[in-house]
Design a protein around this ligand. Structure first.
Ligand code: GLU
Ligand code: ZN
Length: 304
């Protein structure tokens, strides 16, 4: 049986780098609704590989926030406890060491005719053929970059109905799978974990949409199935600016500690989604009461 035909397995995968804000909570809600509306399993996975950014208190704060909102989970994982899996996957991929600094990469891009596409600099392949960059320090610790496939990768999203095609070679370049400080890249860990955990449905923030072709390419190279993707639009504030922790978006923790009612917060989050069946939700609602409404949205994919 194709794994995508059985009951789904979904997950919420926060990075414990700070307090969960309303935008994260909305993604958490939708991911949970999607798993539960299908009678599926729901996992909580802390993406805590970048130890320099992890805040120890954030794990427990996230647990409490989710419990307060009534979003439960069936199993919990910490990426920091799964390093051997990422190392094994890395070993199966065609990677090469790279000692380039940001400055060297920027200079090489300047020198070549090609201007960087979009916001992200395309790695110009300085270390691709095993040559050591002239003048670079051999003793510098090396990152490992993946020699990306030449083929264009297309992905589609079941929530927005859009398709994105990317030529990794020309739009992204060989990207880092393990940083020079030994930290495995998020793209590698997420792909390894979703496959190992049998995740069939990825509901996450739209900020990761542009990274999806990279992850699908990794899935293919590693022989993993591609899950369904549903990217939740990012929540914007009243000025239309994206809510992020650093902009001082209200942390869920603050609302919880101030004695706000979770039912009100859930109601606001649901209404903000612009789903027709969510517009008329009452001022107070429980997460469980939202399940039948999520089924009505039609994003409840038919179990064909
Ligand atoms: N850890 C990522 C984040 O908090 C989410 C990764 C994912 O859902 O694929 O933005
Ligand atoms: Zn390099």
């Amino acid at each position: 049986m194709n794994a995508l035909e059985g009951p789904p397995v979904g997950r919420f995968a926060p990075s414990p780098t700070g307090a969960m804000h309303l935008g994260n909570a909305r993604t958490a809600l939708l991911a949970w609704l999607h798993s539960r509306a299908h009678g599926g399993r729901h996992l909580l996975r802390f993406e805590d590989l970048d130890t320099g950014r992890v805040r120890g208190w954030a794990y427990d704060a996230t647990h409490r926030d989710l419990e307060w909102l009534g979003l439960d989970w069936d199993a919990e994982y910490l990426q920091s406890e799964r390093l051997p899996l990422y190392a094994e996957a890395l070993g199966r991929l065609d990677t090469y060491p790279c000692t380039c600094t940001r400055k060297e990469i920027a200079a090489a891009i300047q020198d070549s005719a090609g201007a960087p596409h979009g916001e992200e600099a395309v790695y110009p392949g300085l270390c691709r053929d095993g040559s050591v960059l002239a003048g670079s320090d051999l003793n510098r610790p090396a990152a490992r970059r993946w020699r990306v496939p030449e083929r264009t990768v297309c992905v589609s999203d079941e929530l927005t109905g859009t398709t994105l095609c990317q030529s990794l070679a020309s739009e992204v370049g060989d990207f880092v799978l393990r940083r020079n400080d030994g930290v495995f890249a998020y793209h590698l860990a997420v792909v390894v974990d979703d496959a190992a955990m049998g995740v069939t449905d990825i509901v996450r923030g739209a900020d990761l949409w542009m990274a999806t072709p990279r992850q699908v390419a990794l899935q293919r190279a590693l022989g993993f199935p591609t899950p369904r993707y549903l990217h939740v639009p990012l929540m914007t504030d009243f000025r239309g600016e994206r809510l992020a922790k650093r902009d001082g978006a209200p942390p869920v923790m603050a609302l919880r500690e101030a004695g706000q009612s979770p039912g009100r917060v859930l109601s606001e989050l649901a209404r903000s989604l612009n789903e027709p069946s969510f517009i008329a939700v009452p001022d107070e609602i429980t997460a469980a009461e939202l399940i039948p409404l999520w089924r009505e949205t039609g994003h409840f994919h038919s179990m064909k």
